[in-house]
Write a protein that binds this ligand. Structure first.
Ligand code: HEM
Length: 147
């Protein structure tokens, strides 16, 4: 029985990290798509192509990965009893911030599809640093568990 439990835990963690990678890849790609999208003329065929690419990235990669990362992450937290641990509280706060960023990006895609170009390319590139910094902090927290 112990063997089954430890294998389940390891498969949960492997699945969790795999979908974390997919989620992060999508979070890095989408703002890049926005930058190239905004370089296209608003009524051009290229504008429509970028809208379609963004929609596919959200539908096929970003939303499913977000759900799987949360489900497997919470299952892991339950398995190891992480809910009372300080590192997990800060990790969860950072992941909630990343999830809010994800939702904001989905909203930006909708606005862009309606012709609204709210941020400059330079601002969008700068924004792309956000998931990188958050991911680094999250990985340090979960591996070192400093508190
Ligand atoms: C969505 C909410 C999330 C929850 C509830 C969650 C929870 C957890 C838990 C409980 C573990 C197991 C820790 C252990 O076994 O010692 C874990 C492992 C891990 N998580 Fe998450 N996590 C989430 C999101 C993320 C995100 C967004 C990242 C990266 C950006 C991430 C990176 C990792 C890594 C790298 C591990 C493996 C650590 C190890 O091997 O010790 N997690 N996660």
């Amino acid at each position: 029985m112990q063997w089954v439990l430890s294998m389940t835990y390891l498969w949960l963690k492997a699945g969790h990290v795999v979908f974390v990678i997919f989620w992060m890849a999508g979070l890095f790609m989408l703002p890049r798509f926005f930058v190239y999208h905004q370089e296209a003329a608003p009524d051009s065929p290229e504008n429509a192509v970028w809208t379609d690419r963004e929609a596919k990235l959200l539908r096929i990669i970003l939303w499913p990965s977000l759900v799987v990362v949360w489900v497997l992450g919470l299952a892991l937290a339950w398995t190891i009893g992480a809910f009372g641990q300080g590192w997990f509280h800060l990790k969860l706060a950072l992941v909630l911030a990343l999830t809010a960023y994800h939702v904001w990006l989905a909203g930006y895609h909708k606005a862009l599809a309606n012709g609204e170009r709210r941020l400059t390319g330079k601002r969008l590139r700068l924004l792309n640093e956000v998931p990188g910094i958050a991911a680094a902090l999250i990985v340090i927290l979960v591996i070192l568990k400093p508190f």
